[in-house]
Design a protein around this ligand. Structure first.
Ligand code: NDP
Ligand code: 8X3
Length: 251
């Protein structure tokens, strides 16, 4: 049966691949992001599919609620929400990191995800049906140097996903927190603020996850029977594992 799928961060990476996969499989897609040109080219790529695009910034509360309130009537009954919009900025230690970067990560990864979820929830609760995918990260589980606020925002996403599920008991709405490890998207270009050489080095000599891997997982979960809820799915490239605990030695 055809679903209506609302996707944030559909201009790039996981969100874009989810938009392609759901639309090409006959589902209605509402693709969102800030970059209008990217939304336009996605729409062109999917010209034979049912795609509605809306540009807004997830950290702008009024813009989020207006965009969702003003959806065309045939796109209003959202079945699946994919909260993919998010970013890391910088990799400096907490004492060197820019407070402005911290503000943007908190505003986007935490507050943006909350606004979109809050705006979409009523239609799901009324219809007693829905599936929310949140993009957490391995960074929400495992600290690493320079991950400070980014990792903390993703730990928030994990705990919010669990609490959301708890509140939604009896509504039939599913929530999954998807926690990818290293994946080659625009993520590192954004983290290193356009320094594409530095970004490319992150993936040099490894076979990272790609956006299709995550989109395929989300699509597969969305097709599971309604009585099955995967709470958390942590997924790493095979070449990535845990690094153990560090000890500072006296020299
Ligand atoms: P990309 O940088 O490729 O995509 C990020 C998307 O988020 C873009 O579409 C961007 O669109 C959108 N976005 C960013 N800020 C805003 C904003 N303020 N308002 C609206 N949209 C915004 O990264 P990924 O696809 O890799 O990342 C998707 C999610 O997955 C993020 O939450 C990220 O933290 C998480 N993640 C990524 C991993 C990785 O290694 N790649 C691993 C684990 C989790 P636009 O610029 O057009 O607004
Ligand atoms: C992105 C994965 O390891 O770069 O969430 O933080 S990592």
């Amino acid at each position: 049966m055809s679903k209506t799928v609302f996707i944030t961060g559909a201009t790039s990476g996981f969100g874009r691949e989810c938009a392609l996969l759901f639309a090409q499989n006959g589902h209605k897609v509402i693709a969102t992001g800030r970059r209008l040109d990217k939304l336009e080219s996605l729409k062109n790529e999917l010209k034979d599919c049912q795609v509605h695009t809306v540009a807004f910034d997830v950290s702008d509360k009024n813009a989020v609620f207006s965009a969702i309130a003003e959806l065309p009537s045939d796109y209003k009954n959202i079945d699946i929400l994919i909260n993919s919009a998010g970013l890391a900025l910088g990799l400096g230690h907490a004492n060197d990191a820019l407070i402005e970067d911290w503000d943007i990560m908190v505003d986007t990864n935490i507050k943006g995800l909350l606004y979109v979820t809050k705006a979409v929830l009523p239609v799901m609760v009324t219809r007693k049906s829905g599936y929310i995918f949140n993009l957490g990260s391995t960074a929400g589980n495992w600290p690493y140097e320079g991950g400070n606020v980014y990792g903390a925002t993703k730990a928030f996403v994990q705990q919010f996903s669990r609490n959301l599920r708890t509140d939604l008991v009896g509504t039939n709405i599913r929530v999954s927190n998807i926690e990818p490890g290293a994946a080659k998207t625009e993520f590192s270009d954004v983290r290193f603020k356009g320094d594409t050489e530095k970004a490319a080095k992150v993936y040099e000599g490894i076979e990272p996850l790609v956006a299709e891997d995550i989109a395929n997982l989300i699509y597969t979960l969305s097709m599971l029977p309604e009585h099955v809820n995967v709470n958390t799915l942590e997924v790493m490239p095979t070449c990535q594992t845990w690094g153990g605990l560090k000890v500072a030695k006296e020299s």
